[in-house]
Write a protein that binds this ligand. Structure first.
Ligand code: GRF
Length: 203
């Protein structure tokens, strides 16, 4: 499957996908990395890995629709089967989510449906949860919502700060995202209502 990755910053999840896709047996190929921020560090990482990059700067556009029209055109120029959001920090319109329904994937740093939105690690600490983690899901128009493909849990430890907890979750993200993308790219996932059914691997 051809995959375009959308980023806004550091791009460590993008890097984990690129690394996984180096394996010839991996069922997805990262064909391009797009950023809405011209100075996203992940753009250099992608370029160094020999992957095509492009910037569609939201600041160049009047409103979300105009931005997305350009973003869509940029995505489609790479003819992807799937689009992965990896730290992409712009809300997308419902039109965009519908257009890419069940082909648009996001990673979120919490065990959804807990802690949608920003500052998940601070809120998890404040809530006193003992398990936290990350979720990979198909995108629906509502923020951080949609059928869950895979989740990874990590313990919350007594001495945790936002930084230590974030680092533990991020390490789990780097395992989870490539695994979840592989499930989708190999055709093993089926969306049934709000759920994702994962078919067993064929041998
Ligand atoms: C990750 O924690 C991701 O789950 C969240 O934003 C962060 C992006 O990090 N949506 P990176 O750009 O992948 O390093």
């Amino acid at each position: 499957a051809r995959v375009v990755v959308l980023i806004s910053g550091r791009g460590s999840n993008m890097a984990a996908l690129i690394e996984a896709a180096k394996d010839p047996a991996y069922p997805a190929e990262i064909v391009a990395v797009l950023s809405n921020r011209p100075n996203a560090a992940g753009l250099e990482t992608a370029a160094a890995a020999g992957i095509a990059t492009a910037v569609v700067d939201h600041k160049d556009f009047d409103g979300r629709e105009a931005f997305e029209e350009k973003l869509s055109a940029a995505i489609e120029s790479f003819d992807p089967d799937l689009v992965c959001l990896a730290g992409f920090m712009r809300l997308l319109t419902s039109g965009f989510a519908e257009k890419w329904r069940d082909r648009l994937i996001n990673i979120h740093p919490s065990l959804l449906p807990s802690f949608k939105g920003l500052d998940t690690h601070v809120r998890a600490l404040a809530a006193g949860v003992k398990l936290h983690g990350c979720s990979v899901h198909f995108v629906r128009p509502e923020m951080d919502a949609g059928p869950l493909i895979a989740q990874g849990a990590v313990p919350v430890l007594s001495g945790d700060t936002e930084e230590t907890l974030a680092a533990r979750v991020l390490a789990a993200e780097h395992e989870l995202y490539p695994a979840a993308l592989a499930l989708v790219a190999s055709g093993r996932t089926r969306v049934v209502g709000d759920r994702v059914i994962v078919e067993p691997e064929e041998d």
